[in-house]
Design a protein around this ligand. Structure first.
Ligand SMILES: [Zn+2]
Length: 263
């Protein structure tokens, strides 16, 4: 709370794939208007959400009576946002709200994505960001949060009956393409490097798959896991939008670009 440490909160319990809260993070121009509209629409479903400021925008928090399936929470919020015309990151959009939990399920030993916990003094700018509906002191803010009605599993189940994740946000199906063998000048035949054997796209749009860039991942910089664009029509073409070179990407995968050999 005093800004000595930053606490990141990870929503999904890996054992149950459930979450006790949902947070909607927005930091683009005009995002507060979208968060207020979301809050209003949630209220029409009898869901109370706490709107707090953040350094560049705001966070909307929803608390659960009992842990809810992350997938259900996401289906509900994504469909609500799209119905309102509020942009959601991914699915081809670089800008829009981000929804935590950010995965339907966690795999292996991953934690998913974290969001900065509310009310602590921000270490970079040395100030605290408040929930807008309560007096600006920590005690009043905690009292306010304690009074927020919690959403139940029945509510979420009711609101998501028959709904699925919007198509643009579903993980893309596995891709099948079969490059021919490459004959090298030294007579050797090597199998062509296939980026999709190594990275798993998280989203896609009309032209590209978007995946975590392996080189960025090594540097721990591609938190949103979508820096690497891979052309759907021809996955031989891929590009890291953070500027890693093809050589960086290949090296990070332990598949360095073979150096040219001259006969
Ligand atoms: Zn990169």
């Amino acid at each position: 709370m005093d800004g000595e440490h930053t606490i990141n909160l990870y929503s999904i319990h890996p054992g149950t794939q459930r979450s006790k809260w949902v947070a909607i993070d927005a930091d683009y121009d005009g995002c507060m208007k979208d968060l207020l509209q979301l809050r209003y629409e949630l209220k029409q479903d009898s869901i109370q959400a706490a709107l707090g400021q953040s350094r560049r925008g705001g966070h909307l928090w929803i608390f659960a009576e009992t842990p809810l399936l992350a997938a259900d929470c996401r289906i509900y919020i994504y469909n609500l946002a799209l119905r309102l015309g509020i942009p959601v990151q991914g699915g081809g959009l670089r800008e829009g709200i981000e929804v935590f939990p950010k995965q339907d399920t966690l795999e292996g030993k991953s934690f998913g994505n974290g969001i900065r916990g509310p009310l602590g003094v921000h270490r970079r700018v040395r100030r605290r960001y408040w929930f807008i509906e309560a007096e600006q002191n920590p005690e009043r803010q905690m009292v306010y949060l304690g009074k927020i009605a919690k959403v139940t599993e029945d509510q979420i189940k009711t609101f998501t009956v028959g709904m699925t994740m919007p198509e643009a946000y579903q993980p893309p199906p596995p891709v099948v393409y079969t490059p021919g063998p490459v004959h090298h000048s030294d007579g050797e035949i090597r199998r062509e490097f296939r980026i999709l054997d190594y990275v798993r796209p998280r989203t896609k749009d009309r032209r590209n798959y978007w995946a975590q860039c392996p080189s960025c991942a090594h540097a721990n910089t591609d938190k949103s896991q979508d820096n690497l664009a891979i052309q759907i029509a021809n996955p031989r073409f891929y590009k890291c939008w953070a500027g890693c070179t093809k050589e960086d990407v290949r090296a990070a995968l332990g598949q360095p670009v073979p150096s040219r050999r001259f006969a």
